[in-house]
Design a protein around this ligand. Structure first.
Ligand code: NAG
Ligand code: NAG
Length: 328
């Protein structure tokens, strides 16, 4: 039965799932921590044409998947130890952890953002450390963080652990937003809407810092469909029949960057990537698509044969990752 079901799902998704992105590795002060280590990697069952599809974007702003993506409540068995002042580089990729990988489709213009929260997150616990949007203004030739900065820099997104940050477990929520279908909200037209690619990294901050995070925002909840920058037309100036004015500035969604964050995120020289660089399937119940709920229908009779739903369950207390937990 499963064979038939996955066939139905895969044919349904052909042409939809492409060009998506997540974090494949983390460098700490230029030293690679290895494929998937410390990262709550979204479900991923291989690249298109190799028996799977990339993770789909999150578009529903009230979904729990906005927090740390699909299956983001599942701890990675490894937590990355860092100290205040350390420089982290997130290695974003699309199909493989390779300098030739496209990182994110060149149509997916949008901002990139980084938040930090105690682990586990609580109400309003995500504090913004960095963001970058349309950093060279002008349409349609402006430069966006996703397609011009991160994609052109090998998928590297930099963030520095705040000075004096109190020791403890934290989640870093890094995010890319694709605005290529963002001229209308998902609420108004579920076939379109801004595409969110959040991904969380587990860190343990060491040392004797005393700086506590201020109040931040919740995910879901940090953005709604009226938040400036969630609905935005990246194609504005290329359409000649338009009646409304086009803007060349872009308001990045979410709160302002915390004053305790470093003013500049500098890229540091990176050592080489260690270990394997290609993903293998890790989920058993997700076949080709990545969805939190899937209804499987018989192709001929159109009878619903089953529904598979994943219920995220975030604990309110810190969960020590189980060493044996396999995420791939
Ligand atoms: C969006 O997510 C919320 C919360 O999970 C859910 O209640 C709602 O049905 C979803 N909306 C759509 C259009 O799927
Ligand atoms: C992080 O990068 C900054 C800027 O290059 C540098 O001054 C600092 O020493 C780096 N931190 C560590 C721990 O290497």
């Amino acid at each position: 039965m499963m064979h038939l079901l996955s066939l139905v799902v895969s044919s349904f998704l052909v042409g939809q799932a492409h060009a998506h992105t997540f974090i494949w590795g983390v460098f700490v002060n230029g030293v690679d921590q290895g494929l998937n280590r410390g990262i709550r990697t979204p479900a991923y069952n291989g690249a298109p044409g190799q028996g799977g599809y990339n993770n789909s974007p999150v578009k529903n702003l009230t979904s729990i998947d906005m927090r740390c993506n699909v299956l983001g409540d599942t701890p990675n068995p490894y937590t990355i130890k860092v100290a205040p002042g350390d420089n982290l580089t997130f290695d974003w990729h699309h199909d493989k952890r390779d300098p030739l990988d496209d990182v994110i489709a060149n149509s997916h213009h949008g901002p990139a953002l980084v938040y930090i929260s105690p682990d586990p997150p609580t109400e309003n616990s995500f504090v913004k450390l960095w963001h970058k949007g349309l950093y060279v203004e002008g349409l349609p030739a402006g430069k966006w963080a996703t397609t011009s900065d991160i994609a052109k820099n090998g998928g590297h997104m930099n963030v520095r652990i705040p000075a004096g940050l109190k020791a403890g477990h934290y989640l870093i929520r890094a995010e890319m937003i694709g605005l290529h279908e963002g001229e209308v909200s998902y609420e108004e037209n579920p076939a379109r809407g801004a595409q969110f690619y959040p991904d969380c990294v587990q860190i343990e901050v060491t040392g004797d810092g005393i700086v506590e995070l201020p109040e931040g925002v919740s995910f879901p909840g940090g953005y709604d469909y009226d938040t400036p920058g969630v609905v935005y037309d990246v194609y504005c100036s290329t359409e000649t029949t338009r009646t409304t004015a086009c803007t060349t500035t872009y308001p990045i969604p979410g709160p302002t960057v915390w004053s305790g964050a470093w003013a500049d995120t500098t890229s540091v020289p990176l050592n080489s990537v260690t270990g394997i660089t290609t993903a293998t399937a890790w989920s058993t119940w997700i076949k080709n698509s990545v969805v939190t709920s899937a209804t499987f229908t018989d192709k001929k009779s159109l009878t619903v044969m089953g529904t598979s739903t994943y219920h995220a369950s975030w604990s309110s207390t810190y969960q020590t990752p189980a060493p044996g937990t396999k995420r791939w």
